[in-house]
Design a binder for this molecule. Structure first.
Ligand SMILES: [Zn+2]
Ligand SMILES: [Zn+2]
Length: 284
């Protein structure tokens, strides 16, 4: 039975609860599901409870946005047990920094004469990780910005008057802390990294592999089947494991299905078994 090792729930920016996500995994015939919400593991316990009832194995994970130029570097960390630990503690600290950041954004908006309170932002966000999209939604609802794009262009985007920089983990820290936490760091969607030539990709992959990166998301919906196989071969050439998943966000990525992505994705359970063996081989 196939698996899906990259998914999001309501606890970050997906539309489904962990229980709904797990039920969908069951109905589409997956044997295992990694819940990899952005920056939080708050949905893992609920997913595990639902998974236990349905015979779906839940792999605890998280997705981290790392500091990187010129593009975007996301890292999925698999087999990260919620609770205390080197990476877990750092993520908790970042979470607190993020809350402070939201407060600062609200202060700046107030300074621009916009009436908006921390309580309103918290209300808008509900249970999930609160961020700029929630503040933007509030600005739209109050008639201050026309739409999401305007909210970022006029107020919240990089370099705009209410912009406050966000603290991020470096790739070096993410990999190091993940391994110290006996979890596997996996590079997600590498084609967002802003790398262009094959040489640049090889340099980046080689550098990250030397730091201990365990694998790369090769089985990814946005890549053609040929691209997936080519990326898997490159991943292998650096001694890493080709991993993958749908990057499911529920109705927020319309048409994208759990497990199969846009219809042709398969992540074989052998992938999970290989990762499990790699995890078991980490020093304790
Ligand atoms: Zn991502
Ligand atoms: Zn993701």
């Amino acid at each position: 039975m196939p698996v899906d090792l990259h998914t999001h729930s309501r606890f970050s920016d997906g539309s489904d609860t962990p229980t709904e996500l797990t039920a969908t995994a069951h109905s589409v015939g997956l044997s295992a599901l990694a819940l990899t919400d952005h920056d939080t593991q708050d949905g893992i316990e609920e997913a595990r409870t639902a998974g236990a009832g349905l015979g779906i194995e839940i792999i605890p994970g998280v997705e981290i946005s790392c500091e990187w130029t010129p593009g975007t570097l996301h890292m999925v960390v698999l087999f990260l047990e919620p609770g205390e630990g080197p990476l877990q503690d750092r993520l908790a600290r970042l979470q607190r920094a993020r809350a402070t950041r939201n407060d600062h954004i609200v202060e700046r908006l107030n300074g621009l004469g916009i009436e908006i309170t921390n309580e309103e932002v918290a209300e808008e966000a509900g249970t999930g990780v609160t961020g700029r999209p929630h503040i933007a939604a509030l600005l739209i609802r109050k008639g201050i910005a026309e739409d999401m794009r305007a909210a970022f262009d006029e107020y919240l985007g990089n370099g705009r008057p209410a912009y406050v920089a966000r603290e991020r983990l470096t790739p070096e820290d993410s990999i190091g802390l993940a391994l110290q936490s006996r979890a596997l760091p996996i590079l997600s969607h590498p084609y967002t990294m802003g790398l262009e030539s094959e040489t640049q990709f090889r340099e980046a992959f080689g550098y990250l592999a030397d730091l201990g990166l365990a694998g790369i998301d090769c089985y990814y919906p946005e890549y053609s089947p040929d691209e997936r196989e080519a990326l898997a071969a490159v991943t292998r050439s650096f001694g890493m494991i080709p991993s993958g998943g749908s990057d499911y966000h529920g109705t927020y990525k319309e048409g994208l299905q759990l497990g199969t992505g846009w219809g042709d994705l398969v992540v074989a359970d052998e992938v999970l078994e290989e990762l499990r063996a790699a995890r078991a081989a980490l020093p304790s």
